[in-house]
Design a protein around this ligand. Structure first.
Ligand SMILES: N[C@@H](CCC(=O)N[C@@H](CS)C(=O)NCC(=O)O)C(=O)O
Length: 167
């Protein structure tokens, strides 16, 4: 389905993409919209939401943080010494995220969650559009995290497939 056809307008709950076609337990079907709602729905089904209620809320927090990073991706085109507000905010988010991850393998708990998926999405984008921005700006843990995640078999296959649209 392509944006240009606008065919999603008739069934998308808010008239926008993305949407997920959901088959409910009672056999009925529905369209689920809003990227965050889709991520949370799929993560619950796949066991990627965190092991405890506390972990779940931390996963949610990190995922929201990844959206803040993604929202400032354009700032990577400014020089590293720039003091533009968007650059400073992006750097603050990256600094804090570097601290949250530290030397751990995953952002929350001891297994993969959607916090890692969201962070990977945002950080991989910075590396791609910002000429290895994380390395240039000295975020070693985040850079290693991106490399580690990108080498997971399923992600590696996706990133080298035609389905992956470069940022
Ligand atoms: N809050 C929504 C935003 C959705 C959104 O902005 N969708 C855009 C594409 S990224 C869209 O469908 N634009 C085309 C249109 O409005 O027809 C979400 O997170 O899913």
């Amino acid at each position: 389905m392509y944006f240009t056809t606008k065919e999603y307008k008739s069934f998308a709950p808010f008239g926008q993409m993305p949407v997920l076609h959901v088959k409910k337990d009672d056999g009925s079907e529905a369209w689920l919209a809003q990227s965050g709602a889709i991520v949370r729905y799929l993560s619950k089904k796949l066991g990627l939401s965190g092991a405890t209620e506390e972990e779940e809320s931390m996963v949610d927090m990190v995922f929201e943080g990844s959206k803040d990073i993604m929202g400032r991706k354009a700032a990577v085109h400014e020089g590293l010494e720039s003091t533009l507000p968007d650059v400073l905010t992006l750097r603050m988010h990256l600094e804090k995220s570097e601290g949250l991850l530290g030397s751990k393998q995953y952002f929350v708990g001891d297994r993969l969650t959607y916090a890692d998926v969201g962070m990977f999405h945002a950080l991989y984008t910075l590396q791609e559009v910002g000429d290895k921005y994380l390395d240039r700006a000295g975020y070693k843990s985040l850079s290693a995290f991106v490399t580690r995640m990108a080498s997971l078999p399923s992600l590696s296959a996706y990133l080298s497939s035609e389905r992956y649209l470069r940022a």
